[in-house]
Design a protein around this ligand. Structure first.
Ligand SMILES: OC[C@H]1NNC[C@@H](O)[C@@H]1O
Length: 459
């Protein structure tokens, strides 16, 4: 077998055993599940504004109701307990806690998250809190949002409120979710809130997001919470060249630097990837050495979001990087993303080897498929179950190679608002009937419950 004790022969089955204490969980985000965006004193977020602007979201969907989690959170914690998850990653809506983004705390908003945390702990589920998962207070966007350097201080102050009020019970903090998406989709392409198409603003958003992350890490250290751990979640798409031509290999290097190293390098090395700085030339923001020292404040773990890879070719004059993604033969998810489980192993090993073996959590991995209940109400999502199984196998391979992977959060706990796709894409291991709000654990959810109970995979 060649992989030692982790593969144990149990009867005729071969088990892929994960390390003891491995944290199996699920992930969600505030705007995608909560609903009630303006209840109890909450302020409007940029996604509330963006989804209410006609043409931005498929079908005119908004997060006004979503999964109604703001009101159904108790039942949802019971659901998590039924699934047997050991940890739950969720985000806090900044405008619920600070309606204006700065200044007065909205105690009602804070109390909602305090109750949720207490219920999770009562259910023996470890909370992982994401401080920012895209719902910036609208009032801060009115001041330039992530393109305004002052946002770093606003974010650090917001984070510090939560460290002070929840830090006694929450010991795992994620500063930002996928800052690449925030800048690229929100400020450069305009496909996400705030819907800007401005390269200059987008590149400054990149830098200010990193500065905000570093400032929040420093604020966390100031609190001196020895049990606490803080990190950041980045999304990755390992690029493969469409051919071995030097042009396509160079295109893949550009894509790799922009998609995968843009945030990783400054955090771990204090420098932006040279190919990117050169590529953007005079559009690149001026960055102070003192900024880099803040940005590279040591973190305790890195959150890795992986869904698929990109096969990239050189495409003169196309898009930001003069590259094009080539659709591959073989299975894809409902998002049009190639199913490429090996990419998870490649990614984890690359980070492990290139960035000093950091502690890692897979903070998102999952798949959207066209799910529908059968006449008996059962949701047989075998395609999602197979997707997850194949990716768990790759995660196990990485652990066998020494990668310090300590947990895996499936995206997502339940079907939810998939940004500009509205409710048309279902990622949940729990089916949500958005009319009745009825939750139904899918076949993949029942299977995942077994994986967690065995802390491993049977072949
Ligand atoms: O597209 C699926 C997920 N990707 N990462 C960020 C999440 O908010 C998305 O729903």
């Amino acid at each position: 077998m060649g992989v030692g004790k982790a593969l144990t022969q149990k009867g005729s089955e071969r088990m892929r055993q994960f390390p003891q204490g491995f944290l199996w969980g699920c992930a969600t985000a505030s705007y995608q599940i909560e609903g009630s965006p303006l209840s109890d004193g909450a302020g409007p977020s940029i996604w509330h504004r963006f989804s209410h602007t006609p043409g931005n979201v498929l079908g005119g969907d908004t997060g006004d109701v979503a999964c109604d989690h703001y009101r159904r959170w108790r039942d949802d914690v019971v659901l998590m307990r039924e699934l047997g998850i050991r940890a739950y990653r969720f985000s806090i809506a900044w405008p619920r806690v600070l309606p204006e983004g700065r200044g007065a705390v909205n105690e009602n908003g804070l109390a909602f998250y305090g109750r949720l945390v207490d219920a999770l702990l009562e259910a023996d589920i470890i909370p992982f809190v994401t401080l920012y998962h895209w719902d910036l207070p609208g009032s801060l966007q009115d001041l330039g949002g992530w393109a305004n350097r002052d946002v770093a201080g606003w974010f650090a102050d917001y984070a510090d409120v939560l460290f002070g009020r929840l830090g006694d019970r929450v010991h795992h903090w994620i500063t930002l979710n996928e800052p690449w998406c925030v800048a690229h989709l929100g400020y450069i392409l305009g496909q996400h809130a705030p819907g800007m198409r401005d390269l200059w603003a987008g590149l400054r958003a990149v830098h200010n997001l990193l500065l905000a992350h570093g400032r929040a890490v420093l604020a966390f250290r100031q609190r001196n919470m020895p049990e606490g751990r803080i990190g950041i979640t980045l999304n990755f798409r390992p690029p493969h060249p469409g051919s071995q031509s030097e042009q396509d290999r160079a295109a893949a290097r550009r894509a790799h630097a922009y998609h995968n190293r843009l945030f990783l390098d400054p955090i771990f090395t204090g420098r932006y990837p040279d190919p990117i700085v050169q590529w953007f030339k005079d559009s690149w923001p001026e960055t102070l050495q003192s900024d880099q020292d803040v940005i590279r404040a040591p973190i305790d773990f890195l959150g890795v979001n992986y869904y698929t890879r990109n096969v990239v070719v050189h495409a003169p004059g196309t898009g930001l990087l003069h590259t094009r993604v080539i659709r591959q033969p073989g299975p894809h998810t409902a998002m049009g993303w190639e199913i490429y489980p090996e990419g998870l192993f490649e990614l984890l090993l690359w980070i492990h080897q290139a960035y000093g073996s950091p502690v890692l959590y897979i903070t998102e991995n999952g798949a959207a498929f066209e799910d529908r209940p059968d006449p008996s109400g059962t949701v047989r999502d075998t395609d999602r179950l197979d997707y997850l199984r194949q990716h768990f196998v790759q995660a196990h391979r990485a652990i066998q190679e020494g990668v310090r992977l300590q947990g895996y959060f499936v995206w997502s706990l339940m079907d939810n608002f998939e940004w500009a796709h509205g409710y048309s894409k279902r990622f949940g291991i729990v089916y949500v009937d958005f009319g009745s709000q009825k939750r139904t654990i899918k076949q993949s959810g029942h299977w995942y419950c077994g994986v967690i109970a065995r802390n491993g995979l049977e072949n």
